[in-house]
Write a protein of this length. Structure first.
Length: 92
């Protein structure tokens, strides 16, 4: 098991290094640089998909639990500045 992250990890797993063996498929989410790296290596190793920024739209009425609504929004917003978390409600 290796603890790796970022675009460097994508390259290491796709092509192998002295300490990281080459893998058959690179999967999992990542930011802009990880997505770019996955696209670059996709001709040489299988990837799951090039994931884009996280997005969520929560539609909530006055019966919705505000704590759960907030958690749903924050779960996506924490992925970075390019993520979108939108709340649509008629409740005050």
């Amino acid at each position: 098991m290796h603890k790796l992250g970022g675009a460097y990890a994508i390259a290491a797993m796709a092509y192998g290094t002295q300490t990281v063996p080459r893998v058959e498929k690179v999967v999992g989410p990542g930011g802009l640089y990880v997505t770019a790296a996955k696209l670059l290596v996709s001709m040489d190793v299988a990837i799951d998909m090039p994931a884009g920024p996280s997005e969520v739209v929560v539609v909530a009425d006055d019966k919705a639990d505000p704590n759960l609504v907030a958690l749903d929004l924050l779960a996506q917003a924490e992925h970075g500045a390019t993520s979108h978390a939108i709340l649509i409600t008629w409740s005050r």
